[in-house]
Structures are given as C-alpha cells and as structure tokens.
Design a protein around this ligand. Structure first.
Ligand code: PRP
Length: 221
C-alpha cells in the first residue's frame, strides 16, 4: 500500500463534466470507490482500484489551483479556467474533447440595434472571467471594467449591474431565457488533462503513464 504522501492525486470537477468523464475514466482503467458516484456523499477524497492513485472532487475553478500548487498532480479543467488563471506551473498535454462550449460576450437583445462592437471604447462587464475579459478587450484597445460574479451572470443586465456579460454558452438556453444575445465569440472551450510541471519532473514515469492512458481514452472516444 502506497503511503499517503506518495500517492498521486487526480483532481476532478464537480458537476456536469463528470458524466462525460465517466466513460473516459473507465477507458483509462480508473475505478473510483463507490462513494464517488453517490451524490449524497459528503466525501471529497476517494481511493481507486489503483492503490497509488486517489481522486479528489473540487469545484471546476479550483482544479487548476490544486494542480498548480502541487496539492494534486493531475486534474481535468476547461481551457476557460486554465486561461483565466494562466498558472505557469500547469501543463495541459491532452484535449479530452469533452465539455464543449464557447465563451462569449452577450448583451440584451434590444441593445444590439445600432450597436457596433467595433466602435466600443469602454465596456462594463459582469463575469466569472475578469482576466480573460480584460485581455480580450485590451487586444483591440477597449478598456474593460469587470464586476466579478460566481454564477447567474445572466441576471446582471436586466437588474442594471452591467449591460454586458462574458460567460460560457453551451446550448444557448440560458441566454435565451434571459433575453440576451451573443455579440462576440471569445474562445472555444473543452476540458483538458492538466499536470503539475514540477511533479512531471520528479515522477515522470508515473505521471507519464497516466497522461498516456488519458490520451488513449480521448482518442478512443
Ligand atoms: C453555465 C454557464 C451558463 C450556462 C450556459 O453555467 O455559466 O450559465 O451553463 O449553458 P446553456 O447555454 O446550455 O444554457 P452552469 O450551469 O455550468 O453553472 P454555474 O453557473 O455554476 O457555472
């Protein structure tokens, strides 16, 4: 049995990505203990069929942080989260091809008339992604003032917090239900396997094996 401090830790996000990830874990030969699939369980760390590999379940934004600080060695994170934090300690070797969505600027439908995004000089935006938003607008000389929210951004325009938002769009239902339309595409988003660079140097074989298994699982999907 591997000692706790020798174990490899794989950080996985809570939420809808897990459903798409399950067949990939299966293909990579990872079987988490039963509590992992029990929605009522408050457990956060789980053993697997591999004595040297544990899984932790954290918020999608926190996966990148756990891995960047070396608290977890591997993780699954969207490139939205990877871009927002831009941690130099992260290496993202495999696009898993799951969690497809896009990051976009949206605003109320009635604002779109007579509004050419190319003429904006200053925008105020509610978002979970202040860094990506500022960079996106700065690249074309627009100053973006951001208000950081952690969810329900779509409420901000109708309540007068900000006229525009930057958020993830998948089916588009959330925007539609809140009378918002996409006006600019920022990036396409999928989930990546991420690894801590220092851990890759100290344990190249162990981590390399898992990276290879995930690459095969992604190729097979
Ligand atoms: C995401 C995103 C949008 C919604 C878009 O939130 O922030 O609100 O999904 O999906 P749609 O285009 O299919 O409607 P999510 O439900 O993941 O919850 P979160 O706010 O906790 O991130």
């Amino acid at each position: 049995q591997a000692a706790a401090n020798e174990k490899l830790v794989l950080a996985l996000p809570k939420g809808r990505i897990l459903d798409e990830l399950a067949p990939m874990l299966d293909h990579a030969g990872i079987e988490p203990e039963a509590a992992f699939s029990d929605d009522d369980s408050r457990q956060l760390r789980f053993t697997t069929n591999h004595p040297e590999l544990d899984i932790i379940r954290v918020r999608s934004f926190d996966v990148a942080t756990f891995v960047a600080f070396g608290a977890a060695h591997l993780g699954v994170a969207g490139n939205d989260v990877i871009m927002e934090f831009d941690y130099p300690e992260l290496y993202a070797p495999v696009d898993l091809g799951i969690g497809h969505c896009r990051m976009a600027v949206a605003q109320p439908r009635e604002l779109v008339k007579d509004d050419d995004p190319a003429r904006w000089s200053h925008v105020r935006i509610a978002t979970k992604y202040p860094n990506i938003t500022k960079q996106h607008f700065a690249a074309r000389g627009v100053q973006a003032e951001t208000v950081k929210l952690n969810g329900a951004m779509e409420l901000a325009p109708s309540l007068g917090l900000c006229r525009r938002i930057v958020d993830l769009v998948s089916s588009g239902k959330t925007l539609k239900a809140n009378d918002l339309v996409e006006v600019e595409h920022i990036a396409n988003v999928t989930s990546r396997l991420i690894a801590n660079r220092a851990a890759l140097k100290t344990r190249p074989h162990a981590l390399g094996d898992w990276i290879e298994r995930f690459r095969e699982a992604a190729d097979a999907a």
